[in-house]
Design a protein around this ligand. Structure first.
Ligand code: PEP
Ligand code: MG
Length: 873
């Protein structure tokens, strides 16, 4: 295979092979933009290297050829003593992983070529030595694994309180000596002077950084597959640290927070790459660059315009200015907040850049879910202690903690925490995931904290410069002498940037209010407008219907407001809780048919009243009512407690308690989930299902237009269903009500014999909670807490199969049941009502499997509508 591509050979669609950075560098090169020449080593080479633990055969020769070509083109050789070519070695995976992997700049410098570089720079010794010490520092840290603190401390000591701009050539030369000493100390070897060796070592290190712990954590969080590998970009160096006419910056073509068009970015004069993100000096805005270097600014604006038109989307870029000449170092379609995603999609439609289908494809259910989160009450009278930048929206309340470790620790105990630090690094990732929000005192909207938090949809306020954060003392001070120590509750508003002392009350989001308010839109709120337009298109596009899992009037009403087209699962056992439990007890304890009849007669009017309310709310839309499902013991007292009570009472124990204890003992099961529940219960307790069906029929008769469907749970054999169906049909006929009778498919045998079951069932609803439980043999109530984190870590699966439908296993059962069920009964109605009905990936699967509807909890309905629309594109 071909392992190396020149920038002129690739394009933006080759991300699998060249990574995002490499593919886009190639795209920009081919657009004629000023990109420093270079080449990309493919992610395939990385995969081979990680597998075989040695560079794949032929790779070194191929790299040498491309380097040769690059050298001829540039007219200088890598590290050439009198006139060196220097290169950067940068990682670049298919999916961006900000700051997760390694980059080494200035490869090619050594004790000789540093003089050549100074000569190139017109005798600028300071620049050359600064570049050299940066190489040793970055190389030492990322390639040789030396603690970066050692280098930082040496630099701080040298500076002695001075700004880094005040250091001169001699200072940096001294620093190079110190740094070389650190390297020799830490590795037992001298810093490698051979430029080709430097490049080879850096390339291997970038490959290996794919498996660095922080990268592994990030991929798991972002659901990025673990086996992609990273490409490596070797790029001829351009220098932003040449002098004040040079610099480096990052920019967005639109505001990634709001989506508004304009000029957004940061620029740092006389600095190199990582300095902007690391926040070593305060950056200036792009607007200020206009004043400093108008031609460069104008060219940058032109390029940004060109990129946005070419990619038809918000782009973010990294650039460097070398003595007044602009160079593009990176571009990509930029991350954005959920709100900006909706706004930008609709803005681009209005600008004629994309069509509405494309707009729909560019937003996700996960983003919509984010927008439905509550915000802080506007008029809340809380003390704002300072303001930072609104880096990632949302409202976070929690105890202040000052290290990632503490964040993880407290969150594991169920506490809400806000991670506070001067700035974050990729090592803080686990803490950021654990925290409700992140607050930093340094860095701008492009700092690590901001970029990562936005990517995760986590609330973040960054650059709150008035705060003095001391991680060592676990506290910060705010203006006015306010001291916040670990454990004190703070609230941060990622939409406004405000930081509050104490807990601020939160209110619903405008998007939530829009859904709650039955879809009325005023034209004042741009975000709500955008959501409305995209949702309308999703509704018009989707083939899947969306129903709700609801078992009371309130949830039914909400489901309708959110756009549900029916109820896909009404769990009747929820109607047996609370005060009614006693009635169920009576039923279970009944020893004669009279006692049983009496108990059932007491339950029936209550059931009927519940169904009536739901039919009224749903106003003619279909309501699928599932007959009672869970094991009976859930309705009975705890065995141990009751035994103790009876034993303590001795002879004085009440007759009723004795009987109850005997029943509880009789009904005790080792595996209740595999025991007497669902249809089994209906077949074992005479009259129970009949009472429920009669209650449904009579309620349906009483409500004009009511549309009931009767669903039998936990069926594994058509014979079970036939018994229940016969009785149910008789009752429906007696009352004079028509209703479909169907079954859940939630036992693997039901899926495997779906062809037979469809003889008796008029519809199937996939109960993928139980179907997953029984297909994997995972107790659904136990395993997630017990060992799923280990399984996720080991990569057994990338996401819990209870959350996202396991296509390879459970999915095959679903497909089989769909096919064989429809063969028996072509008009068989098919739906899903397990938790997966509200999960984006699973909804796409349901669309592909040809289901008629998905059913999910009321709050997930907008997400399901959106994803069903996207699935149909
Ligand atoms: C299911 O098993 O997927 C289902 C919807 O039923 P329940 O969750 O009530 O067992
Ligand atoms: Mg079930």
């Amino acid at each position: 295979p071909k392992y190396v591509y020149d920038f002129t050979e690739g394009n933006k669609d080759l991300k699998d092979l060249l990574g995002g950075k490499g593919a886009n560098l190639a795209e920009m090169t081919n657009l004629g933009l000023p990109v420093p020449p270079g080449f990309t080593i493919t992610s395939e080479a990385c995969r081979r290297f990680l597998e075989e633990e040695t560079l794949p055969e032929g790779l070194e020769e191929e790299i040498a050829e491309h380097l040769d070509a690059l050298e001829s083109r540039m007219g200088r050789r890598l590290g050439q003593a009198d006139d060196p070519l220097l290169v950067s070695v940068r990682s670049g995976a298919k999916f961006s992983m900000p700051g997760m992997m390694d980059t080494v700049l200035n490869i090619g410098l050594n004790d000789e070529s540093v003089h050549g570089l100074a000569k190139q720079a017109g005798g600028n010794e300071r620049f050359a030595w600064d570049s050299y010490r940066r190489l040793i520092q970055m190389f030492g840290k990322t390639v040789q694994g030396i603690d970066g603190e050692l280098f930082d401390a040496a630099l701080e000591e040298l500076k002695g309180g001075r700004d880094d701009l005040e250091l001169d050539a001699a200072d940096f030369q001294r620093l190079v000596t110190t740094y070389k000493g650190i390297v020799a100390d830490q590795t037992g070897e001298n810093f490698p002077a051979d430029p080709y060796l430097q490049m080879r070592m850096a390339t291997k290190a970038v490959f290996e950084s794919w498996n660095a712990p922080r990268a592994v954590v990030y991929r798991r969080q972002e659901r990025i597959p673990a086996d992609l590998g990273t490409a490596v970009n070797i790029c001829s160096m351009v220098f932003g640290n040449w002098g004040m006419d040079s610099g480096t910056g990052v920019a967005f073509t639109r505001d990634p927070g709001t989506g508004h068009q304009g000029v957004y970015g940061d620029y740092l004069q006389n600095a190199q790459g990582e300095d902007v993100v690391a926040g070593i000096r305060n950056t200036i805005s792009l607007q200020d660059l206009e004043g400093i270097d108008k031609p460069v600014y104008d060219e940058l604006m032109q390029i940004m315009d060109k990129l946005e038109n070419h990619y038809r989307d918000l782009c973010d870029i990294e650039f460097t200015v070398e003595r007044g000449k602009l160079w593009m170092l990176q571009t990509r379609v930029g991350k954005r907040t959920p709100g900006a995603a909706f706004r930008i999609a609709v803005q681009l439609v209005d600008q004629g850049m994309i069509d509405i289908d494309e707009a729909l494809s560019r937003v996700t259910g996960a983003q919509l879910a984010q927008l439905m989160f509550p915000r802080f009450a506007k008029d809340a009278e809380s003390a704002v202690i300072t303001k930072g930048m609104n880096a990632s929206p949302g409202a976070a309340v929690g105890k202040a903690v000052f290290s990632a470790e503490r964040a993880v620790e407290l969150a594991a105990r169920g506490e809400s925490v806000v991670l506070v630090s001067r700035e974050t690094t990729p090592d803080d990732l686990a803490g950021m995931i654990a925290a409700q929000g992140v607050l930093t005192s340094r860095g701008g909207k492009t700092s690590h904290a901001a970029v990562v938090a936005r990517g995760m949809g986590k609330t973040c306020v960054c650059g709150a410069e008035e705060l003095e954060v001391s991680a060592a003392e676990r506290r910060f001070t705010a203006p006015g002498g306010i001291v916040v120590s670990e454990g004190d509750v703070i609230s941060i508003d990622g939409t406004s940037g405000a930081v509050y002392l104490g807990e601020v009350p939160v209110v619903a989001s405008p998007v939530m209010e829009y859904f709650e308010g039955s879809g009325e839109v005023g034209d004042e709120d741009e975000l709500v407008q955008a959501v409305h337009r995209v949702m309308s298109h999703a509704d018009a596009s989707r083939r899947l219907e969306v129903r709700a899992n609801a078992d009371n009037a309130e949830d039914s009403a909400r489901a309708r407001r959110f756009g549900a087209q029916g109820i896909g699962l009404c769990r009747t056992e929820h109607m047996f809780l609370g005060d009614r439990r006693r009635l169920v007890e009576d039923l279970v304890l009944a020893t004669s048919s009279e006692e049983r009849e009496r108990a059932l007669a007491a339950l029936k009017p209550l059931q009927e009243a519940d169904f009536t309310e739901i039919f009224q709310e749903m106003d003619g839309l279909p309501v699928t009512i599932r007959l009672i499902d869970p094991p009976l013991h859930e309705f009975l007292p705890d065995y141990t407690e009751l035994s103790v009570k009876v034993a303590l009472a001795g002879d004085r124990a009440e007759e009723k308690d004795r009987k109850l204890l005997a029943a509880v003992k009789r009904l005790h099961e080792q595996n209740p989930m595999l025991g007497l529940r669902g249809v089994r219960l209906g077949l074992v307790i005479p009259g129970l299902f009949a009472m429920q069906v009669r209650a449904i029929a009579e309620a349906a008769k009483a409500v004009p237009g009511a549309h009931a469907e009767v669903m039998i749970p936990l069926v594994g054999a058509v014979q079970e269903l036939e018994h229940v169906k016969e009785e149910a049909q008789k009752i429906l006929a007696e009352v004079g009500v028509e209703a479909l009778i169907g079954t859940m498919i939630e036992v693997p045998r039901a899926a495997l014999t779906a062809g037979q079951i469809a003889e008796a069932a008029q519809f199937f609803s996939f109960g993928t909670n139980d179907l997953t439980q029984m297909t994997w043999g995972f107790s659904r109530d136990d395993v997630e807490a017990a060992f799923f984190s280990k399984y996720l870590e080991l990569g057994v699966f990338g996401v819990s199969p209870f959350e996202t439908l396991d296509r390879d296993g459970v999915g095959r059962l679903v497909l089989l049941a769909v096919e064989e069920g429809r063969k028996t009964r072509p008009d068989l109605k098919l739906g899903i009502c397990g938790e997966h009905g509200g999960d984006p990936d699973s909804i796409h699967f349901c669309h592909q499997a040809g289901l008629d509807y998905v059913s999910c909890s009321p709050f997930r309905i907008p997400v399901a509508r959106l994803e069903a629309g996207r699935a149909a594109l």
